[in-house]
Design a binder for this molecule. Structure first.
Ligand code: ZN
Length: 183
């Protein structure tokens, strides 16, 4: 298993449209474990393959408090079942430290394959409905900040730049002191 680098907004690769998975083979299974590890390492609740620069229709998710077995959605199809939209404060591992309200249909049907290639067909509401629509957007090259105003998008861009700079500095400092921590 490996933690994969996550693409950050506004990386143009995040705009790639994901292709369907042809077969759930060993390579896909490795990618699934790596994506789950990456999601946990980043403290996320969902991750689309697009975010780790793999442009196939694959999503991993764990909405549980205590790390239940994570959910895997392959070639998902999401259909809104109601017209009513509800606002929810969203965040994204590709847009670190930016949170804002997005309105989405509150009830959807999810059809997909799971990690074993078995069919999933379920009705989702609440956080699962929000999250699956957010991740589906990634597979279609859409990021949640696209729903916000121009001004908020500019602010998000600046914020991400700042966060990445701080992270880079922290990792450089951590790399400088390995001997000290070994003593
Ligand atoms: Zn996201």
């Amino acid at each position: 298993m490996a933690v994969l680098p996550i693409l950050s907004y506004p990386d143009p690769r995040l705009r790639t449209i994901a292709a369907p998975v042809k077969e759930v083979d060993a390579e896909i299974k490795t990618l699934i474990s790596d994506m789950i590890e990456t999601m946990y390492a980043a403290d996320g609740i969902g991750l689309a393959a697009s975010q780790v620069d793999r442009h196939i229709q694959l999503i991993v998710m764990d909405l549980s408090e205590n790390r239940d077995p994570p959910m895997v959605f392959i070639n998902p199809k999401v259909t809104p079942l109601v017209e009513e939209k509800q606002p929810y404060e969203e965040g994204c591992l590709s847009v670190p430290d930016v949170y804002d309200k997005v309105e989405r249909p509150s009830k959807v049907r999810i059809e997909a394959l799971d990690a074993d290639g078995e069919a999933i067909d379920e009705i989702a509401e609440g956080l699962l409905a929000v999250c699956i629509q957010h991740e589906m957007d990634h597979l279609n090259g859409v990021i949640f900040v696209d729903y916000l105003s121009r001004l908020k998008q500019t602010r998000a861009r600046d914020k991400v730049k700042k966060v990445l700079k701080i992270r880079e500095k922290q990792s450089q400092q951590a790399a400088k002191q390995p001997e000290a921590t070994n003593v």
